[in-house]
Design a protein around this ligand. Structure first.
Ligand SMILES: C[S@@+](CC[C@H](N)C(=O)[O-])C[C@H]1O[C@@H](n2cnc3c(N)ncnc32)[C@H](O)[C@@H]1O
Length: 367
């Protein structure tokens, strides 16, 4: 059973349904998506600095690409991680940029205590509005979301390639892809209420405060039950940081249902390559700080059988900040019996409706 907690934000009281069970290693948990908002704190940074699966890949790429080079670290965070790693790998110089002020100040303290501090320059601000000289040979930017492009990687790195990198300069990571598969939300959280983890409430509060009120925030599922997948996973968003990088895209895939069950939406997750020729990090099947994102599509679960097909279109378009994409999903489920079910969801980065879909009506109420 869920319990209810209140959030007061901008003169409104929002009742949030929470799962009172404490989070446990490996237990599924529902959180708001957090990475695409300027609300990072020490806990969120530490989930990244301790992410072995992720860090090994970034380290290997920098060991290969940084020696003797000028490196630009966009979004260095409070730990100055990739700037330090680049210099340790033999970079000539690393320029680190961070837009969140408290994180910048912590990074500045870290820098002041480093032996190699003369090789690193730290700047406060957004890479898209700053000018740097000289241009970098390598840009490292861990601004990848659980939904690959949600943190604005396409716009930020298009700008970095155009203005901050030498011709032929390289970006780390190399490629990020979002995959999608058909699911039912309650199957991802077996034996648990569909309710937010209690520990996630301060983040929900910070995001609503930042935005100026509540909205239907994307739903982050940690440790989802992978047995819940009813189809194979197909790429719905592709970001080639060293190739043709598009800030807006539209992809249609056919998700073939492989077993009987009920579908009410899709689960999406990240595949990430730091170097072109490696096995990608798979956020659904590996232990990493990236989780999966669930998007509701149908008002109620629709029964499906093998042979049925969910045709899914995912479209990204830049939001009004020109950096973070809004996502639009449209779906048609065609059953072997000849039925058609249509569903759609607008998932803007910020704003948009509140409690528009039954899932959000079940997660939130207002007084
Ligand atoms: C996912 S965290 C990564 C932190 C650290 N680099 C790491 O890998 O552990 C992304 C960081 O990038 C910052 N950021 C995102 N876009 C930025 C931009 N265009 N310019 C400067 N900082 C940015 C965010 O504020 C956040 O601190």
């Amino acid at each position: 059973m869920h319990e209810t907690r209140e959030i007061k934000t901008h003169g409104r009281t929002v009742c949030v349904h929470v799962d009172p069970e404490p989070e446990r290693e490996g237990r599924p948990a529902l959180w708001p998506t957090v990475g695409e908002y300027p609300i990072y704190d020490q806990f969120l940074y530490s989930t990244m600095t301790t992410d072995h699966e992720r860090n090994e890949r970034f380290r290997a790429a920098l060991a290969k690409l940084a020696p003797g080079r000028h490196v630009l670290d966009i979004g260095t965070g409070e730990d100055l991680l990739w700037a330090r790693e680049s210099v340790q790998a033999g970079a000539r110089h690393a320029l680190a940029v961070e837009v969140i002020e408290p994180a910048f100040h912590k990074a500045a303290d870290t820098l002041a205590a480093l032996d190699q501090r003369d090789l690193i320059t730290l700047l406060l601000g957004e890479s898209t509005t700053l000018q740097f000289a000289p241009k970098a040979d390598v840009c490292v930017a861990e601004i990848i979301g659980s939904l690959a492009g949600a943190e604005g990687a396409a716009a930020v790195l298009t700008d970095a390639r155009n203005r901050h990198l030498v011709p032929g300069g390289l970006v780390v990571p190399h490629r990020a892809v979002t995959l999608a598969a058909a699911v039912r939300l309650s199957d991802l959280l077996p034996g648990q209420p569909v309710a937010f983890a209690e520990a996630s409430l301060p983040y929900l509060q910070s995001i609503f405060d930042w935005h100026g009120g509540p909205f239907d925030i994307r739903l982050r599922i940690e440790n989802p039950d992978t047995d819940a997948l009813l189809s194979d996973g197909r790429p719905v968003e592709v970001l080639d940081f060293n190739g043709e990088l598009r800030t807006e895209q539209r992809t249609t895939v056919r998700l073939a249902i492989t077993r009987a069950g009920h579908v009410d939406g899709v689960l999406t997750w990240l595949n990430l390559w730091c170097l072109p020729d490696e096995e990608p990090l798979d956020a659904l099947r590996m232990r990493t700080n990236w989780a999966s994102i669930y998007f509701p599509l149908f008002d109620r679960p629709v029964p499906v059988e093998p042979g049925d097909v969910l045709e899914l279109t995912v479209e990204t378009a830049l939001s009004d900040d020109g950096i973070h994409p809004d996502y639009h999903l449209g779906a048609t489920l065609r059953t072997t019996g000849g039925e058609e079910h249509h569903g759609s969801l607008a998932s803007p980065h910020h704003g948009g409706p509140f409690r528009a879909h039954p899932v959000y009506q079940a997660l939130f109420s207002t007084t």
